[in-house]
Design a protein around this ligand. Sequence first.
Ligand code: SAH
Ligand code: SF4
Ligand code: F3S
Length: 462
Amino acid sequence: MASPKFYIRTYGCQMNERDSQIMAGQLQQMGYERADKETSADLIIVNTCAVRGSAEEHAFGYIGQLKQLKDEKPQMRLAVAGCMSQEPGTVAWLKKHASHVDLVFGTHNLHELPKLLDEVEQHDEMVVDVWKSAGEVVEHLPSQRAEGVQAFVNIIYGCDKFCTYCIVPFTRGKERSREVAAIVEEVQSLAREGYQDITVLGQNVNSYGHDLNPAVDLGDLLQELEKIDGVRWLRYTTSHPRDFSSRLIEVIAASEKITHHVHLPVQAGSNAILKRMNRKYTREHYLDLIDQVKRAIPDVTLTTDIIVGFPGETEEDFEQTLDLVRTVRYDAAFTFLYSPREGTPAARWEGRDPVPNPVKKERLNRLMELQYQISWEANQRLIGRTELVLIEGLSKKNPNVWAGRTQSNKVVLVARDPAEDLIDRFVPVKITEAKTFYLAGQVAGKPVSDVSPRRRVELPLV
Ligand code: SAH
Ligand code: SF4
Ligand code: F3S
């Protein structure tokens, strides 16, 4: 008999990506194979994100679309997982509007997927198993990672920061750090398999280790990980400015492997708004931190997240955000319209979402226009420099061009010699052109890395 097939659709952040890999690993152990499209799957899992209303609408829309497939193939199973499952309203909504869903589970019990799928076969009605809080950290779960040489490694789960706009502490629970030894062992085994670009993950990696006995910090962990042979690039995401310590800056500056990319979400430039967001730092503290980073790491690439239209944001508050962006001169910024999230403190405030949508959008446009200009200028300074680029594949638009990334995560398009397969290799590239969202250049030497056993199947050479 042919193996059953699964298909996973993932929304949201890298933590969700990683969770999907763990679901896939468990399914593979149960004898499932990956389907390349929904129509050939026996099981579809929708791994959802709840961070903004738009993310939820996408997931609800997708679940709705799958009704037709379920009608055609009643034996197909449909599961909803991830952060939306952890929200109180979701199960009721699904029961009312999406009774074709067979299983709902959350972020705290993905390790129980085999048992839950078993339960689905024993019940006619929707099986719902969402834990309110997390249990102990579960180690040694199987996983099916992405192709290539890049790997994500969880180091801390949950978030205790409770920014007033944010749903994540409710969907991901309290902070729980993994033991250093478990992380080191995982990265050692990844390096042996040929992974060279390692990103350690957490909603707030800067709180890593405070709950361990003895307590350690992110700097200690990164120093252990950079000792591992075979690891070429070491990244961490996401950081919170409040816990981003001087010691961590020193560790990054002194390291050969920790990438010189600092993503430091600021969210807003006005102290009044930062206070209402419960970010627990001031504009002055943040700018001071950025100064320290720039002094210690002169070639740093800086990026950030900004929310526009938070409740109470006045034109003056917003101008302070613009002013901060002009001062810091980020390489790039991820900008979001404020979206009230049920269950968060800000959504309970009077007026709920008081900044009118057209005002929010107009501010967002001004912010993006400013940031695009700065990104363009920041990229110009790279022209003429030789950067190490990890080649990820062919450019989608032009098969005569490779697409890759620098250690600071900038996209680089590289002229391709069809006789050479550089996929998943680290190659020196001389930058010849710089745009707002990407760089372009030419191979300027031999790949610095050996061919990894993880290298993807060679392309047909033309
Ligand atoms: N832990 C990370 C962020 C997780 S969410 C951190 O603290 O940086 C990613 C980004 O989504 C946040 O940085 C914030 O800019 C944005 N975001 C979170 N909640 C939001 C909301 N309710 N409305 C709009 N943007 C939001
Ligand atoms: Fe959300 Fe704030 Fe935690 Fe980031 S630090 S996940 S924005 S509560
Ligand atoms: Fe979204 Fe959950 Fe990540 S809300 S951003 S998938 S932690």
